[in-house]
Design a protein around this ligand. Structure first.
Ligand code: ATP
Ligand code: MG
Length: 333
């Protein structure tokens, strides 16, 4: 029996943080055991919002860090194929062929694009950004992905892939599987500053690769209940980022309940709650850090995985493209 194929991945914008872990990596670590897994390093997607030369120069370093983080988080390299999107020009060929299977108004209705067009001003919207979901369809369909794990923001993109696959099969014959979405409805992890989302651009992250001293410094500097000026003042647990992290990363439920109870009653200081969080986070991060060190000690391992994974994926994509061209009658004759 063949296992279904999963496509997942990220834009190579830097090291991964706890928000990425909660929002997607944890799910992938679990799912990659069950599916044949392709991990895209989506540098062409990065160009839609970051295309200065300095951004591009950082891609290879960021790609290595990202793959290292994913492996350190628990993905088994024997069960995953990593590939660099821009190193497979046939992805662009497929993108060109798929572009005619979706309308402009349909793309304009994708919620994240609507938001970006509003934030940047519609006049500033690059053509490539509008086409983001089509390129994503090319990513998924070029390896014949059958399942795609999605967070909240991404489900609407994969819907476009499904429509394009159906449209293609309808016009040219059954070439593509209509990919299934695996919904992970995890809420965003708040930043250390209490902002709605942990995000590199806000500088409110704890990286999976941060050392113990950095983690401790960041946790001790975290926002708590702003109205609480002293330890004997009753505090708010709801909306308090320190407790939000306890909820997610502290497996000792009794300790969390005890801290929350005493916090509400004004019988525990912020520092103690934070020190307990440091301990919990260390328990979570120490094994990730150890695996990271082992991966880094194995010189060339990550580069090799990316090069070999890209070669292997390129073969797959070439095969897909031959099939696509045949189905469309683009035989070059
Ligand atoms: P950052 O936002 O830190 O600059 P990025 O822009 O490289 O990182 P995003 O595109 O924001 O990355 O996120 C990639 C994926 O990681 C998202 O689809 C989302 O699922 C997940 N993610 C990122 N930040 C968070 C968060 N704070 N909480 C939950 N999930 C997150
Ligand atoms: Mg972001």
């Amino acid at each position: 029996m063949s296992v279904a194929r999963m496509l997942t991945g990220d834009r190579p914008t830097g090291r991964l943080h706890l928000g990425h872990y909660v929002g997607s990596i944890a799910n992938r670590v679990r799912l990659h055991q069950r599916y044949e897994s392709f991990f895209i390093i989506a540098d062409l997607h990065m160009l839609t919002t970051r295309n200065r030369r300095e951004d591009i120069d950082q891609v290879s370093g960021n790609a290595r860090e990202m793959v290292t983080d994913i492996l350190a988080a628990g993905v088994d390299p024997a069960r995953a194929t990593f590939y660099l999107q821009s190193a497979i020009p046939e992805v662009g060929d497929l993108n060109t062929l798929l572009q005619n299977l979706v309308t402009v108004p349909r793309l304009e209705r994708v919620p994240s694009l609507k938001d970006m067009a509003r934030d940047a001003g519609k006049e500033e919207m690059p053509y490539g950004l509008l086409g983001y979901p089509v390129l994503q369809a090319a990513d998924i369909l070029c390896v014949k992905g059958e399942v795609v794990p999605v967070g909240r923001d991404n489900a609407a993109h994969v819907e476009v892939t499904r429509e394009i696959a159906r449209r293609f099969n309808h016009l040219y014959g059954p070439v593509f599987t209509v990919a299934e979405l695996i919904q992970a409805d995890t809420p965003s992890l708040v930043g250390t500053d209490g902002a709605a989302k942990m995000s590199k651009s806000r500088g409110n992250t704890i990286a999976l690769s941060d050392d113990p001293a950095t983690v401790r410094r960041k946790v001790l500097g975290m926002y708590t209940d702003p109205n609480r000026v002293r330890a004997d003042v009753p505090g708010k647990v709801e909306g308090n980022p320190v407790f939000a992290y306890h909820e997610v990363f502290n497996p000792d439920r009794d300790e969390v309940a005890d801290l929350a109870g005493r916090y509400r009653a004004g019988r525990v200081g912020d520092v103690e709650v934070k020190e307990r969080l440091v301990v919990a986070l260390e328990r979570f991060l120490a094994p990730i850090r150890e695996r990271r060190a082992a991966i880094e000690a194995d010189r060339g391992l990550v580069d090799r995985l990316i090069v070999e994974g890209t070669e292997r994926t390129r073969e797959e994509v070439r095969r897909t493209l031959i099939e696509v061209r045949r189905a469309m009658g683009l035989t070059g004759a």
